[in-house]
Design a protein. Structure first.
Length: 312
């Protein structure tokens, strides 16, 4: 660190007596201690080893071609590859292991050479081969994906539905599209207890609606009205009742249209008449065989069923 600091200092100022003294010091060190083993040994920490080597190289005490810690003990071999084996793509592919999904970066000739080297039991610079790991999608069950998809907008939800069949089934669920519909558009239903959230949820559950289709229809009806406004600045919009896409152009028209919906939703009682048809009674005793009218004297009189009032 001292040598580097002095070197950087003298690079920014003109050559002086101190700079000449520093250069003479570097020259003496390179002549007396110009080899790497004078500065580090086998017990040196790898990080400290690399820092020391780089500092000596930048100071000019050792040459830039001096061997680093990774190739000090490398034996000389007759190989056309000019670099060490650990830095080759072949070695990197072997370290990744067979269970890692990746495209094969090697040509046919290189792949054959890799197999020959493996058969010859040459040194592989990997500590342990990777164990088999299950795909992460096995841990992402439907509940986890459903929570993740709930944070998506309608555009991204449509895109993820094209990934696979499992994602498509989850992305098309009514619960997700209902949240998207309610977050983007106002929703009104024809129920008596409109202020009660529980009643609204129960009412919506009774309707067999596809919220995705409702959203697409609502979006298609609202899109042409994005920039349309009345003379007083009121924005044109569609009806807020679910399933109705009528266009309203003023607050009064909206009020009258909603009033029409509420007038149609009034419950009308319906009367259903229940009549009794005479039924033939079959029995093994011939003394009591016959129809219900023939045995009216021996049986209790039948009380007529009152009319039932059933609401819609």
């Amino acid at each position: 660190a001292f040598l580097l600091w002095r070197r950087q200092l003298h690079l920014t100022i003109p050559l002086t007596a101190h700079a000449k003294e520093f250069k003479m010091l570097v020259l003496k060190l390179s002549l007396c201690f110009g080899e790497l083993h004078h500065w580090v040994d086998e017990s040196t920490d790898p990080i400290e080893y690399e820092r020391t080597v780089q500092s000596l190289k930048f100071a000019g005490i050792i040459g830039f071609a001096e061997n680093s810690h990774t190739i000090v003990h490398e034996e000389t071999t007759s190989d056309p590859w000019p670099f060490i084996t650990e830095q080759s793509i072949r070695s990197a592919q072997q370290r990744m292991g067979p269970n890692v999904s990746h495209t094969n970066p090697l040509s046919d000739h290189a792949e054959l050479s890799r197999r020959l080297r493996r058969n010859q039991m040459m040194m592989i610079t990997t500590a342990t081969k990777q164990k088999y790991e299950e795909p992460i999608m096995k841990y992402l069950n439907d509940d986890v994906l459903r929570v993740m998809f709930s944070f998506l907008g309608y555009k991204r939800l449509v895109r993820v539905s094209s990934v696979c069949k499992g994602w498509r089934d989850i992305a098309r669920q009514n619960s997700l599209w209902r949240c998207i519909y309610e977050s983007r558009y106002e929703l009104m239903i024809l129920e008596d207890d409109e202020d009660d959230e529980t009643a609204i949820d129960m009412a919506l559950a009774n309707h067999d609606w596809s919220w995705q289709q409702l959203f697409v229809a609502k979006w298609s009806a609202e899109r042409p009205l994005r920039f349309k406004r009345s003379t007083d600045g009121w924005r044109h919009r569609t009806c807020s009742f679910a399933g109705c896409f009528s266009v309203v152009k003023s607050p009064m028209q909206q009020y009258r249209h909603e009033k029409t919906h509420r007038s149609k939703s009034k419950r009308q009682p319906t009367t259903i008449k229940l009549t009794i048809q005479p039924t033939t009674i079959t029995t093994k005793n011939p003394s009591i065989a016959g129809t219900a009218s023939e045995h009216s004297a021996r049986t209790q009189p039948v009380t007529p069923v009152p009319q039932a009032r059933i609401d819609n």
